[in-house]
Design a protein around this ligand. Structure first.
Ligand code: TYD
Ligand code: MG
Length: 464
């Protein structure tokens, strides 16, 4: 009787960085040259397919210092602004969801990222369920995002995409799925984008990413109100969710992580949509202030912190006598309840009777002010519009305002002041330190105007 050869378990070593398979252990992966990444796997047959039965359990790691535990080498996307938002590049084996409204530039961005990775790392598989290969290739040509290792696939069946990815040697530097709403699993019922399909497709993508050590980027369309079209469960299944946003009638595009298992969610990437695709903006403060009107009432600049990066933003306010009924509060980029609080403070502690006014607020460039440190700029913009008097053009305002009208120092003030000075601001309206010590790290050429409360701020900024 012939010996059942296939019943013997097979030992092999799989690289955790590039998923290359070797028949023996090496200290260095013969494929991607990473050190100490080969892990033993024992495969045994089940039915007619080979299935991994056991994997040597990973040795427990004592937690001493957080930075000693590393998820492995990150892959630079070739675009600094994208790397920054991801926390320093793509983590092998991670799944990243890029969400944004249709037409914002998701496919453009990912094609540029794909081309950069194809150039610097290895093959990239870009699977589009939305456009034909000719359409994607046409765009890639226009963007000069072509490379022989950038492989396009027009495919809507996830099993086919994954079998193409598994067939690539070396394994892909990244797998891009454009989009989750157009791809489905043959093994499951229902239209692409429904709960069953999204769960089935993402399970397969996550399992491929983890087993092959390949980063997977998935595009997801969001609806007008910023919700991901389709079930929320997708956001729970992926490692990072990155939102791509911007104003339809402006060219500025913002990328920020709303979830990140491998990094912070505060970093912001800024781009401009041009005829040649997305251009990273290295100097966003300058770009955001470029269209600022000179000496206009209702405009105030603040130095905000987006993650580790200071950013100068222009807050605009327009007040108009309300035509009866309850006054309107129209806020873009400013929290309406924070504005209500600041208006009440201005009324009570600044003796400026603004509560019966319609108020329109805007932050230039489509950015949002989340930080309490922007309170002072919002309040000054409102007061300036009400008085129809412009603030000095070289003034920047930073500080948190409390309910008694007191002004408090913002965190990391020295970073903010340095950015203001770099862009030519000469005066900074900031909180007076309570401990009577001098604010240190004030850049040369920047005059500090320290104030303790709203009344003093109005006096210094608007001569009131
Ligand atoms: P796209 O990446 O297709 O958006 P999404 O995938 O998020 O739906 O980009 C759509 C818009 O971007 C489209 O209106 C054209 C514009 N665009 C440019 O302005 N410049 C370019 O180089 C490219 C490729 C697109
Ligand atoms: Mg698209």
């Amino acid at each position: 009787m012939a010996k059942a050869k296939s019943s013997k378990p097979k030992r092999q070593w799989v690289c955790s960085a590039c998923a290359a398979v070797s028949s023996q252990w090496f200290g260095q992966c013969p494929d991607c040259r990473a050190w100490n990444t080969l892990e033993e796997q024992i495969e045994a047959p089940v039915g007619d397919g080979r299935v991994v039965l056991s994997q040597r359990p990973a040795a427990p790691i004592p937690v001493t210092r957080a930075d000693e535990i590393d998820e492995g080498p990150r892959r630079s996307c070739g675009i600094g602004e994208v790397d920054r938002v991801l926390g320093g590049g793509l983590v092998p084996g991670s799944v990243v969801l890029v969400g944004g409204p249709p037409g914002i530039g998701k496919s453009t961005l990912l094609l540029q990222v794909s081309a950069a990775l194809a150039r610097s790392v290895g093959p990239v598989l870009y699977a589009s369920g939305e456009e034909s290969v000719a359409q994607v290739a046409g765009r890639a040509t226009r963007l000069e995002a072509t490379h022989e290792r950038l492989l396009l696939l027009a495919e809507t069946v996830v099993e086919s995409v994954l079998s193409a990815a598994r067939g690539l040697r070396p394994s892909p530097a990244v797998l891009v799925i454009d989009s989750i709403q157009t791809i489905y699993s043959e093994a499951h019922q229902g239209l692409p984008g429904n709960v069953t399909q999204i769960r089935a497709v993402s399970t397969q993508l996550v399992s491929y990413a983890k087993s092959a050590g390949v980063p997977v980027i998935v595009v997801g369309h969001v609806t007008k109100d910023g919700q991901l079209a389709g079930p929320k469960l997708l956001e729970h299944m992926v490692d990072a969710v990155v939102a791509f946003e911007g104003d339809e009638d402006r060219s500025t595009r913002l990328l920020r992580a709303t979830k990140n298992r491998f990094g912070s969610t505060q970093e912001l990437g800024v781009f401009e949509m041009t005829g040649q695709g997305l251009r990273p903006i290295d100097n966003p403060s300058e770009a955001l202030l470029a269209e600022r009107p000179a000496a206009a009432p209702g405009s105030c600049v603040t130095a905000s912190l987006e993650g580790s990066r200071p950013l100068l933003l222009e807050v605009q306010a327009l007040l108009a006598q309300s035509m009866g009924g309850s006054p309107r509060r129209n806020c873009v980029g400013v929290d309406p309840s924070r504005l209500a609080m600041l208006m009440a403070v201005l009324d009570r502690h600044g003796d400026m009777f603004v509560l019966d006014q319609d108020v329109f607020m805007n932050v230039a460039g489509g950015l949002r002010l989340f930080e309490p440190a922007s309170d002072l700029a919002v309040l000054m913009a409102v007061a300036s519009s009400h008085m129809r008097r412009p603030l000095p053009p070289e003034l920047v305002a930073v500080g948190e305002i409390g309910l008694t009208g007191e002004i408090r120092q913002a965190t990391r003030i020295e970073l903010r002041l340095a950015e203001a000075a770099r862009l030519g601001f000469r005066r900074a309206l900031v909180a007076k330190r309570r401990d009577q010590r001098k604010t240190t790290g004030v850049p040369e050429g920047l005059e500090l105007c320290e104030v303790s409360n709203v009344r003093e701020a109005l006096e210094v900024g608007l001569g009131r």
